[in-house]
Design a protein around this ligand. Structure first.
Ligand code: F0G
Length: 353
């Protein structure tokens, strides 16, 4: 029986590792590509979901982190540092402690989802809450990396994107070719660049006949690439993509332009609706930021942008359980009253009797 070995062993020949690299893995990657029946009906396209919440720490960040931490271990680093809206820090913490390193994480105070905070805490990260946003955190960790003996594991470290590009390989391996379109959320803009790199490699080596158009989606209140200007005070309920000055801005624009794609924005309302619909109709629960690509798909359909019959892959980037507070916001438990432990009473309350 085959057990998935993690992205380094599965795609070793395409990653910047050597025989001497100690592989630090939690079995990341190999995530399901799920057929989206409802979204396909809504759009007249063949829609697939790359469900990245199925990674070990619940987001796509694990793909890049296995490579970053393995190479840091090879270099003899003792401590790693990252800035994060929550998922990078959860992943960095898990992989760092597995490698016997100390994880140091900087997060915007009060602005990361509870599940992610819990992950950093249980893995034993040294947690510094910054009075500022993600962009402030990133500026500081870059300085720390320059002046102190800590390895920077944000996606400004190019090996992170190398690991993340494996998701594009998996989509092609599952579909037998690249899709026509690939949709995904854009925050710090590393992932769109990573997918584009992966798709280009597969096409160049004839493992796919084409590359997809890359379509990225930012939240309206945090859409610097769409607006063409840094957003000083980014704001969105999708805290994972609350980024005003993305590190991989130029790479994201290159992915858009070289692929003939687009980077667009959608409102928080569209994101939260898409999150609910995806959970209620497809059975896939993602965190708010992860629904940006779904909101983008529905928006694109409404705008008439979608070529009918296209094959579309959408990355849903992180698990819904990371942020249950947002999911339960505006939910009233009045509709699920506490009921006597009695079958007849339950049948009445449930509308069966
Ligand atoms: N979706 C989720 C769930 C994320 O956590 C992120 C980024 C993105 C999408 C956007 O990906 O930054 O490569 O464009 N989270 C980073 C973090 C910023 O710190 O966890 P991106």
């Amino acid at each position: 029986a085959h057990q998935w070995q993690g992205v380094i062993e599965e795609y070793r020949y395409r990653l910047p590792v050597s025989a001497d690299t100690p592989v630090v893995t939690l079995g990341e990657g190999g995530t399901p590509l799920v057929a989206a029946q409802w979204l396909s009906e809504q759009t007249g396209c063949e829609v697939w979901l790359k469900v990245e919440g199925n990674n070990p720490t619940g987001s796509f960040k694990d793909r890049g982190m296995t490579v970053a931490i393995s190479l840091a271990a090879q270099a003899g680093d003792k401590a790693v540092v990252c800035a994060s809206t929550g998922n990078t820090s959860a992943s960095a913490a898990a992989y760092a402690v597995r490698a016997g390193m100390v994880p140091l994480v900087l997060i915007p105070a009060g602005r990361i989802a509870k599940g992610k905070l819990a992950q950093a805490v249980v893995h034993g990260a040294k947690l510094v809450q910054i009075d500022g946003g993600f962009d402030d955190c990133l500026r500081i960790v870059r300085e720390l990396g320059k002046h102190y003996p800590v390895a920077l594991v944000n996606s400004v470290n190019p090996v992170r994107l190398e690991g993340q590009k494996t998701a594009a390989f998996e989509v092609c391996d599952a579909l037998g070719d690249a899709p026509d379109l690939h949709l995904l959320p854009v925050g710090n803009a590393g992932n769109i660049a990573a997918y584009w790199k992966g798709y280009q490699e597969y096409a160049k080596d004839k493992l796919a006949t084409r590359t997809p158009q890359m379509w990225g989606f930012q939240a309206e209140g945090a859409a610097p690439i769409v607006r063409g200007a840094i957003v000083e005070k980014p704001e969105t309920a999708a805290t994972a993509i609350r980024v005003g000055n993305p590190a991989s801005w130029t790479l994201a624009e290159a992915a858009r332009d070289e692929s003939g794609g687009r980077i667009e924005m959608i409102t928080d309302e569209m994101i939260l609706n898409a999150q609910r619909e995806l959970a209620a109709r497809e059975g896939v629960f993602v965190e708010p930021a992860s629904a940006a690509g779904i909101a983008g798909l529905l928006h694109a359909k409404a705008q008439g942008w979608l070529p009918g019959g296209s094959t579309i892959a959408i990355t849903v980037t992180g698990h819904g359980l990371k942020d249950i507070d947002t999911a339960l916001d505006h939910v009233s438990m009045d509709e699920s009253p506490v009921t006597a432990a009695d079958t007849d009473a339950v049948a009445r309350v449930a509308g069966l009797a």
